[in-house]
Design a protein around this ligand. Structure first.
Ligand code: COA
Length: 334
């Protein structure tokens, strides 16, 4: 049976560090409030001129180098983002060009914080079906340009940051118990909660897409019902972990590492406690990057791999929840 092995990871974050104290000079907030409720201490913001595509290409090149392969060997590119450089075309094609890849398929996934998990599931399915041998999955986001940096937008503005992460998956014919593979994936959505965390405008169904009046009202900024998101997130994270372990026939004590989407340290801690995981089984870097939505898991994966937190044969769970609502998980044998 063909297996889908992660052969390389990479990440790319802007150099500009924005601390909570920096934000407190822009809006009515404080380091204490942000750290206590989210765990975030700083995040990265781009400087003008950097594009989403630049971040995606930076992370991808690092992942390709880590894998020891050239962009020309890719058979499929999957790009997850909720902040595309333009309304259309999608960022996947921009990445295909930036990397100098062949004219292979470039797919865009719009599944917000769950985008990378959807991407890994899609890559593994293509590999196992024999449609592709080598697939690049990227999560890339620029939030700093989209946020309301006044008191009105402070609940959102303190949470999100910019960055990109990537992984290369390749088909292998490895045999035996400890073979590297994406063992199982579970994906979910519940659109009835779309408006609990969304960016309403510009809208493809509104003539002219957006008006000056709507911009003045701030309706082009992201909106979030923080309490609702928090409650659903904790529940769905736990369900997705349980479901993917069942699908893969694995016990939770056998999992070496869980990399949750870095939404909020309090959410991660609640899931760790509720699911009775040991602290060393769960990876967190939200303190340094904030919530980078689709990029958060691949950035964390790249860091975990470089920190030596994963050895070949280890069991790894990627799990995410986000706008949509969407949620899901991948069970991977590293
Ligand atoms: N700084 C200071 N005060 C802020 C603030 C900020 N950045 N943002 C909001 N507040 C204020 C609110 O205006 C409100 O004030 P009020 O009580 O006078 O109306 C108060 O803080 C709300 O505080 P509290 O009820 O303690 O907030 P909370 O415990 O619900 O925490 C979140 C707020 C956003 C941190 C929390 O709801 C959360 O983590 N939600 C999930 C967010 C998330 O993960 N989103 C991404 C999912 S992918």
């Amino acid at each position: 049976m063909t297996c889908a092995k992660v052969i390389g990871t990479g990440h790319c974050v802007p150099e500009r560090v924005v601390t909570n104290h920096d934000l407190a000079r822009m809006m009515d907030t404080s380091d204490e409030w942000i750290v206590e409720r989210t765990g975030i201490r700083e995040r990265r913001w781009i400087t003008p001129g950097t594009t989403l595509d630049d971040l995606a290409a930076g992370a991808s090149r690092m992942a390709l180098q880590d894998a020891g392969i050239e962009a020309g060997e890719l058979d499929l590119i999957i790009c997850a983002t909720l902040n595309p450089d333009c309304f259309f075309p999608g960022n996947g094609v921009l990445l295909q060009h930036a990397l100098g890849a062949r004219t292979v398929g470039a797919m865009d996934l719009r599944n917000q914080c769950t985008g990378f998990v959807y991407g890994v599931a899609t890559a593994a399915a293509h590999i196992k079906a024999g449609f592709a041998r080598t697939v690049l999955v990227v999560g890339t986001e620029i939030h700093s340009t989209s946020m309301d940096l006044t008191d009105r937008g402070r609940d959102i503005a303190v949470l999100f940051g910019d960055g990109a992460g990537a992984a290369v998956l390749r088909a292998t014919g490895d045999q035996g118990e400890g073979r590297s593979d994406v063992l199982a994936s579970v994906l979910h959505s519940q659109g009835e909660f779309a408006r609990e965390l969304w960016c309403e405008l510009p809208s493809g169904s509104q003539p002219g897409r957006i008006t000056a009046e709507q911009i003045a009202e701030g309706r082009h900024y992201p909106l979030m019902n923080g309490r609702a998101v928090y409650t659903h997130a904790v529940r769905r994270f736990c369900e997705a972990i349980r479901e993917v372990l069942e699908a893969g026939g694995v016990a939770k004590q056998d999992v070496k590492l869980v990399i949750p989407h870095q939404a909020n340290l309090r959410i991660t801690e609640a899931v760790t406690k509720r699911f009775d995981l040991a602290p060393e089984q769960v990876f967190s870097n939200i303190q340094r990057y904030g919530n980078t939505t689709a990029a958060s898991i691949p950035i964390a994966l790249s860091e975990a791999s470089r920190e030596g937190r994963l050895a070949r044969g280890d069991l790894l769970v990627l799990v995410a929840f986000g706008s949509g609502f969407t949620w899901g998980a991948n069970l991977i044998r590293w």
